[in-house]
Each structure stands twice: as C-alpha cells, then as structure tokens.
Design a protein around this ligand. Structure first.
Ligand SMILES: *[C@@H]1O[C@H](CO)[C@@H](O)[C@H](O)[C@H]1NC(C)=O
Length: 345
C-alpha cells in the first residue's frame, strides 16, 4: 500500500468517525425509506428555484431525496406551446440535475386539462385529430426522455369529486378511451417507464378513489399497460385520514396488481401555524408516510417541494400554508421531520 493510499484510508476513517456531515448523509428521509423497503423518498422542484444555492443543496442531498419531480417543466404548455413546436429545455435541466445527483425522476405530466395551451383546448378538433395530437405529444415527449423517467404521470386529474369523469377537451372529444390510448402511447415510447394515473383527494377513500380504481381497470381492460396509482396527497392538518384507512386504500390498489405512490404530499394549515397545528401536522405526516411504509406495493413518497419557501399552497389557498417539513428559511421543522423519519422506521 502506498503512502498516499494509506493516508487517504486514514483520512477516510477519521472523517467517518468525526464528521457530522457523513453522519447526516446516512440518515435521512430517503435512506430511511430505502431501508424500509421503499424505492425512494422524493421532492418536487422547479426551474426558477435552482439558482437558490442553499435550496439546491438541500434538494440535492440524497440522504433526504432519492427522487425529484419537475413541478412544471414537463407540462404540456411548457413542452409543446404551439402545435408541433417542442421545448424541452426546462425539463432537460431537471433531468441533468437528477443525473448529476444520482436521483430518480418522476416525470410529470403528459395529459392534463390544466396548463394546457389553448391551441389544444380550443382547437375544435374532431375525435381522430385530437387523438393524433395527444398521441404525438406523448410520443415526442416520452421518446425525448426515454430511459430517464423512472415514473411517468401519464394522465393527471381525470376525475370529479363525485367520481364522474372531469370534463376536459380530451374527455369531451374522445370519451373515456383517451385514458387507455394515452397509456398505450406512453408504453410504446418507453416500455421501461412505470406509468401512473395521478389524482388528488383519493386519500379519503370515497367515490373519487373508487373511480380511480375503475380507471386502472379500464386501462387494463384495453390491454394497455398501467403500473401505478398516484395519490397526490394534498392534505389538511387535522383532516388527514388515519394511517389504517390510508393503508386500506393502498391495499385496494395493490389488489389490482399495480403499485401506488404518494406523489405530491403536503399538509397545509392556517398560517401562521400554531404549535398545536405543527404537532398535529407531524401526526398527519406520520399517518400518510406510515401507511406507505406498511404496504409493500406503496413504492415511495414525494413531497410537493420540501420547503415552505417554494410551496404552491399560499398562492392557491388564501391564509393557508406551512405545509412542508422545512420552513421558509430552509430550516427543518424537527418535530415534523422526525415524525416522518420514525414513520419510515
Ligand atoms: C374516438 O375514437 C376512439 C378510437 O377509435 C374510440 O375508441 C372512441 O370511442 C371515440 N370517441 C367518440 C366520442 O366517438
């Protein structure tokens, strides 16, 4: 052994013993999730935030985040703002970051009624033409990112609260067949990617959740591939369903032969958050993350960004926020963070 390699062994041994950084590096949300048999714990992010260096360091810490999701970079209005014109730059930035960090990528989303350019929603296309447009969009985007996307949210938010289909240009023109057609196109473009249907308020286990199970069966009945159901998990402090009822939902998904994931978890409260609200929030995070930990077919949890600094909640739900495990100053909320860690143990 040369002197330099002996020296580096010694330095390694010393730093492994004494460095608080290396200790942190082995104990985090993602490492705990993986140790519990999950595939990742992840966070959403967005291009505008990546110039915030302390934020970027937290996002890139793979002890906490083994997966990232682009919040907006892969949505239709960004990717194909006018017919046949594709702009992958923002999405590529997130892909490059995930590759550099060694993180998985949940790619989001191909077919959604929102952030959809008006050339699609108001184009007045007939059934066959709209199918062509949708399939072309999916094929181009999934092919561009082929091999990079561990998951794809193929269709997002297809349901109303009562379990009926949401009116959208896709549903209104094509009918429910737009779902299996979209999944088949995605599978053809990247056979390796896990394909998800993703929606919110499924956690309550009611009509909307049952309709989501029907969507899984519908896609299967067409012979198209669907791998998972995404529970967005935009929950409310004090109204989050219990761990056992969330486990029961996840088991119903597993019974269809597909996997599940929490894809956009955040748990909002009235701001400023009281001490009691934060204590309840810790329990609500534990109920949701603990349900995923307990059900083998639940593969991972993604929070919808990790810090209140970049949460979407205050801009959409007035007077609400404080929904994430890190505060607006990028400081960990120890109570919430530790509750998640424990739920993963
Ligand atoms: C549109 O065409 C597809 C594919 O042929 C078909 O499955 C679907 O039912 C059609 N939708 C309507 C509303 O006719």
């Amino acid at each position: 052994m040369s002197i330099t390699s002996r020296l580096s062994c010694l330095l390694f041994a010393v730093s492994a013993i004494s460095s608080p950084i290396s200790h942190r590096a082995v104990d985090g949300l993602n490492t705990r999730a993986v140790a519990a048999g999950k595939e990742y714990f992840g966070s959403a992010t967005d291009n505008g935030e990546l110039s915030d260096i302390p934020y970027l360091e937290g996002l890139s810490n793979t002890a906490d985040f083994g997966s990232i999701t682009p919040g907006n970079a892969m949505k239709w209005d960004t990717i194909e703002p006018s017919r046949g014109t594709f702009n992958f730059a923002n999405g590529d930035t997130i892909v490059d970051l995930a590759e550099k960090n060694g993180q998985l990528l949940r790619c989001h989303t191909l077919v959604w009624h929102s952030q959809l350019p008006s050339w699609v929603s108001n184009g007045g296309f007939d059934n066959a033409t709209l199918i062509d447009i949708m399939v072309n969009h999916i094929t181009q985007e999934v092919t561009h990112y082929k091999g990079k996307c561990y998951h794809w949210d193929v269709v997002n938010e297809a349901l109303n609260e009562d379990g009926t289909y949401r009116s959208s240009v896709f549903y209104d023109t094509i009918g429910p067949a737009y779902l299996p057609i979209a999944f088949a196109a995605a599978a053809a473009a990247d056979p390796e990617a896990k394909l998800y249907f993703n929606d919110y308020n499924l956690e309550y286990g009611g009509a909307k959740f049952n309709a989501a199970l029907e969507i899984v069966k519908l896609v299967q009945s067409y012979g198209a591939k669907i791998d998972g159901l995404g529970f967005q998990g935009h929950l409310i402090v004090g109204s989050t369903p219990s761990r056992s009822s969330q486990e029961s939902n996840l088991n119903k998904v597993a019974a269809l032969g597909v996997e599940a994931a929490f894809t956009e978890l955040d748990i909002r409260t009235t701001t400023p958050a009281t001490e009691a609200a934060v204590a309840q929030q810790a329990k609500d995070y534990a109920a949701t993350v603990g349900a995923c930990a307990a059900v083998e077919k639940c593969v991972g949890v993604t929070i919808w960004d990790y810090t209140d600094k970049y949460s979407w909640i205050p801009s959409v739900f007035q007077g609400q926020g404080a929904a994430l495990p890190w505060d607006e100053n990028l400081q960990k909320k120890e109570l919430v963070y530790n509750a998640i860690l424990e739920a993963l143990s």
